[in-house]
Design a protein around this ligand. Structure first.
Ligand code: C2E
Ligand code: CA
Ligand code: CA
Length: 708
């Protein structure tokens, strides 16, 4: 291995006797110091010029010249002005010692020479010297940091007076010109012109000013300095003197720049992060606004990224994100509609977090430009990625918004692009969608409903209506279905068909379902307590609630609290329940059976309607969906299917409820095929508790009257 010896680790030994040289070099080598030899002054000067030793040992008696005289020569040269020089003198030669000190020797060694002692002394000197130069470097830096030059100038023009600090500031020769002009001469032309304007304006108006500019040091280094100027007025309020300071703020600027860099870059991919994106887009929009230009925003979300993360682990996920970032950069670099910001190194692509990316198209003519970029991205991402040992196929869904049409500011553009991205996901992923106001409106309403639902739950502002289920043969109301109603003060009455799916998607369905369970059970118990004959109380339970352990727990509590016999409670579920965790569903079903609560399969015939479900998941009641009921009298196929369902249910000993019975014809047909229980407008719409009270008190539902 080749090792480069630093100059400070080389020592030059001049004029030593052979035995002294041997012992000295052995000791020095052992300390890791390399040794060079010189026999006379000539060789010393050559070695100094060539190898810049970190220390020099001179015998006081060199051929033709004394050691102290040579030391004097060396001290005059810049390259050895500071080098440790040790003089080797004969013991007792007091005059030689004095001469050596006068000549600027760093140390004296007396003969006889001990190699180890020499090595220690040399080592000390070299280390000292190193530390000094480090200190000097940091002192220099500190001086620069604190470098403030103050100056003063006559408002009427004339000479500047500048403090000494300016030389330090400029890193210039103290002998050089010490004026503001000298400083201004080192600024870029436009900046120095601007500063001169400041001076002029201050002299005329008396206004103080501050500014920053760059200066080029003598060494060619570029520094930033900040200026502060204050104007002194005379008794008449006229400017007399302008005084101020110039300070080197380079380090501060660099630190700030570094912070900016860290604050604006995504740590994983090196792309711009969300902060950078938000700031840059808002700048881009401001420029576009002034120049009446269009800006496109692409919002990208990887398809199935979560699955990669979950199944292969986060590090593979992270690598995939990086690979995607690289591919995006590559494909966009070739695009005409993409401008790259060179100064900051940040491009138009940002990673907002997770697997979400954005691309800003700063100058486009219209939607087709944005579409062509989106297509290019889809193509680029289509190619599988090889990450670690895996080959991964990911798609990307892209939502697009255009400024100014789809939003006038960063937030609305981003939000709408997000909405459009979801639309792209809905449409089967791996495609792009433009934002359209109609999706936007739906989304706005969705968000509003979700928001209102939360307060509605807190305020219990829901209501339950009840729809009778009628036993066709006896004409008796044998049960009711509880149906939720909600009227929001601002949005008005909202159908459960609209808000239940929203509640399901954001988890609010559980507290809503819990409320329904409690309220409906209490109502059923109350009717029972009023002396009415027992009726089934059917409540609708959504899949996520059905899977939730809380259901059984609160059901037990509610039955206990209300005293309602469990067999009067019916839980209506849809086939969707079975697509969830089978074990949890099985458990709940078994437990419901154990406590005696009945289960109805709602909307039967609309989903997979797999008869095998009925064997695996024991239910008590089948509710024939109203679309079948609607069609039984219209087409023979529906009639045949319905007939089939009824006879099969009979064979499985399931009870049947036909829902949505609206006409006499439908009722007659259903009765004909053996369906005994019905629910629908023909008998009664869902009604309030008060109306229900009336009905139970003696009135018969309209349709019922006709059947009896
Ligand atoms: P669903 O469970 O199928 O409830 C029956 C729906 O059909 C009710 O609509 C009812 O008003 C309506 N209906 C009753 N008879 C007739 C008829 O003869 N003709 C027609 N065309 N419709 C009839 P509603 O009350 O608007 O409820 C809609 C859906 O919202 C329900 O469908 C159910 O899926 C859900 N839902 C209602 N209340 C709740 C609830 O408390 N919890 C849960 N999870 N879902 C509920
Ligand atoms: Ca139902
Ligand atoms: Ca139904």
């Amino acid at each position: 291995m080749r090792q480069v010896t630093k100059p400070e680790n080389r020592v030059l030994l001049a004029g030593l006797r052979p035995m002294e040289a041997d012992s000295a070099s052995a000791a020095l080598n052992a300390e890791g110091v390399r040794v060079d030899f010189a026999r006379n002054a000539q060789e010393v000067l050559e070695a100094v010029a060539e190898r810049r030793p970190g220390g020099i040992v001179l015998d006081d008696r060199l051929p033709g010249i004394s050691g102290s005289a040579l030391c004097q020569v060396l001290r005059r040269r810049p390259e050895t002005r500071q080098t440790p020089i040790l003089l080797l003198v004969a013991a007792g030669n007091e005059a030689a010692i004095r001469r050596a000190v006068d000549a600027g020797a760093s140390d004296l060694l007396r003969r006889p020479l001990h190699g180890r002692l020499l090595a220690r002394r040399i080592g000390t000197w070299v280390r000292l010297r190193q530390r000094e130069s480090e200190l000097a470097r940091s002192r220099d830096l500190m001086r620069r940091l604190a470098a403030v030059a103050s100056w003063e100038v006559d408002a009427a023009g004339g000479e500047f007076e500048v403090s000494d600090g300016l030389h330090d500031l400029l890193g210039a020769d103290p002998a050089g010109p010490n004026t503001i002009q000298a400083l201004l001469a080192r600024c870029p032309a436009d900046e120095s012109a601007r500063l001169r304007d400041h001076f002029q304006a201050a002299a005329e108006t008396g206004e103080s000013w501050s500014d920053e500019c760059r200066i080029e040091l003598e060494s060619g280094e570029l520094r930033y300095v900040s200026w502060e100027a204050e104007v002194l007025m005379d008794d008449h309020g006229l400017p007399t003197k302008i005084s101020g300071s110039v300070q080197d703020v380079t380090e501060r600027m660099q630190a700030a720049e570094q912070m900016r860099h860290l604050a604006y870059r995504d740590g994983l991919t090196g792309l711009a992060n969300r902060n950078a994106f938000m700031e840059r887009l808002s700048e881009t929009l401001a420029v576009a606004q002034r120049h009446d230009r269009n800006v496109g925003l692409l919002f990208l979300d990887l398809d199935n990224f979560k699955r990669v993360n979950d199944t292969l682990g986060h590090s593979i996920g992270d690598e995939l994100l990086c690979a995607v970032a690289v591919r995006l950069e590559m494909c966009l670099r070739q695009s005409d509609f993409v401008t790259w910001q060179t100064g900051t190194g940040l491009g138009p692509i940002s990673r907002l977090g997770g697997d979400e990316f954005t691309v800003v198209l700063a100058e486009i003519d219209g939607p087709s430009d944005a579409a062509s970029v989106a297509k290019r991205i889809l193509e680029a991402v289509q190619e599988p990625f090889s990450v670690g040992r895996h080959v991964l196929a990911v798609g990307v869904s892209i939502g697009i918004t255009l400024f100014p049409g789809d939003g006038g500011d960063v937030e609305s553009l981003l939000r709408n692009a997000d909405v459009a991205m979801y639309e792209a996901k809905e449409r089967g992923r791996n495609n792009y969608q433009f934002f359209s106001q109609s999706i936007g409106d739906a989304e706005v309403r969705r968000i509003a409903i979700e928001e209102r639902l939360r307060t509605a739950i807190d305020n219990e502002s829901f209501d339950l209506f009840y729809q009778p289920q009628v036993d066709i043969r006896s004409g008796r109301i044998h049960g009711v279905e509880a149906l939720i109603r909600w009227t929001d003060p601002d949005l008005g009455a909202i159908s459960p068909n609209e808000f239940i799916p929203i509640a399901e998607s954001c988890g609010l369905i559980v507290p809503i379902g819990e409320w329904v369970l409690r309220e409906a059970s209490a109502q059923a118990a109350s009717w029972l307590a009023q002396g009415h004959p027992p009726m089934h109380m059917a409540i609708n339970i959504s899949p996520s609630h059905f899977e939730n352990e809380i259901l059984l727990e609160s059901m037990g509590q509610v039955l206990f609290d209300t005293g309602l016999p469990p067999n009067q409670l019916v839980v209506e579920i849809t086939e969707n329940v079975f697509s969830a965790d089978c074990d949890a569903v099985q458990r709940t079903l078994r437990e419901l059976k154990r406590i005696g609560v009945q289960v109805a399969l709602d909307d039967f015939g609309t989903g997979y309607s797999s008869l095998s479900y009925l064997k695996r998941f024991p239910v008590d009641i089948l509710k024939i969906d109203r679309t079948f009921v609607r069609d039984v009298v219209l087409d023979s196929e529906s009639a045949a299917i319905t007939e089939g369902i009824v006879s099969m249910a009979r064979a499985l000993r399931l009870r049947i409820v036909a829902e949505g019975v609206e006409t006499e014809k439908q009722r007659a047909f259903l009765e004909g095929i053996g369906c005994e229980s019905m629910q629908g407008y023909l008998f009664s719409p869902p009604i309030s508790v008060l109306e229900m009270d009336d009905l139970l008190a003696g009135g018969t539902p309209q349709g019922l009257a006709r059947t009896s």
